[in-house]
Design a protein around this ligand. Structure first.
Ligand code: RIB
Length: 304
């Protein structure tokens, strides 16, 4: 399998389970509190690594206890952290998360060290990109770092997968650097300025997106390319915690591409990984191994 380079955020998730979300100004008594390794970049790196991909991560954590723990968990999953710096000037990123009884969540991220990853840091890590099959990016680090990584990905012939989360307006230039743009429906709306799904997809394709893969939660995923549209159905499961479901999708989708699988199969594997992730609590603890993914696919009639 070709190597995957993930350039992105690494957070400690501080999670409280609650019956419902508080209203502004309201204090609620919640239930269990847990800390889980998270961050969209690190989650996607671990998702791909658990499926057997050789993964390199480029990012920043603080020179603090969370930073040490986050590095250790990435390493335990076999992610190469040579290019993850420990920054003495900033705390590790944290995400304050509430998970409601029906498995939905709210997330507020304090970027900390993630916010200090520069384009120069990425350029200095060019050696990491040389034999990459896929470069995987999100938006929890500064945009110049994302752009530098996308450029290096293209320079070295890797498939550039951009998950525009959390959503923010993006230049046509960055959209053109991505081989696959993978937003969820909310992100698509924000990026395209169109509340309607069809119109939003059309607007992004008109801006030069090559392959648009929209994750639609319980409705699966839709792939739009100049050749046409393909819907990949979701797998029905009982949702316990939806945190990192999108990351599971992106990691599994990218790992499948790096294995040389066609996009149709990458969508199926992404949907399966996302479905498995929502059945378990936490970000990285919820991400399936290759054996779990294969067993799930066989159970659902997609044996290989
Ligand atoms: O996508 C889920 C992730 O978003 C969490 O792990 C949290 O850290 C935030 O980055």
């Amino acid at each position: 399998m070709a190597r995957i380079v993930v350039v992105g955020s690494i957070n400690m998730d501080l999670v409280v389970e609650t019956e419902r979300f508080p209203a502004p100004g309201e204090t609620l008594l919640g239930q269990r509190f847990s800390t889980f390794p998270g961050g969209k970049g690190a989650n996607q790196a671990v998702a791909a690594a658990r499926l057997g991909a050789p993964v390199r991560m480029i990012g920043r954590v603080g020179a603090d206890k969370f930073g040490d723990a986050l590095l250790a968990t990435l390493q335990n999953d076999g992610v190469d952290t040579r290019w993850v710096q420990q920054d003495a000037q900033a705390a590790s990123g944290v995400a304050l998360i509430t998970v409601s009884a029906d498995g939905q969540n709210t997330i507020v991220v304090a970027a900390g060290a993630n916010g200090r990853l520069s384009a120069q840091d990425v350029t200095a890590a060019e050696a990491a990109f040389i034999d990459a099959g896929a470069v995987v990016l999100q938006l929890e680090i500064p945009l110049p770092a994302v752009e530098a990584a996308a450029r290096l990905g293209r320079k070295h012939g890797a498939a550039v997968v951009l998950n525009p989360a959390p959503a923010q307006p993006l230049s046509d230039e960055l959209l053109a650097l991505a081989d696959y743009l993978v937003p969820n429906q909310t992100e698509l709306e924000l990026l395209s300025g169109q509340p309607d799904l069809e119109r939003g997809m059309r607007a992004l394709m008109e801006r030069g997106v090559r392959n648009l893969v929209v994750t639609l939660g319980e409705r699966g995923a839709r792939w739009v390319s100049p050749a046409g549209t393909l819907d990949a159905p979701a797998f029905a499961v009982r949702a316990v915690d939806t945190v990192a479901a999108g990351d599971a999708f992106v990691g599994a989708f990218s790992a499948a591409l790096a294995e040389g699988r066609p996009v149709q199969e990458a969508l199926l594997r992404g949907n399966a990984a996302g479905a498995l992730a929502v059945t378990r609590a936490g970000a990285q603890p919820s991400l399936p191994t290759r054996a779990e993914l294969e067993a799930f696919l066989r159970e659902r009639g997609f044996g290989s």
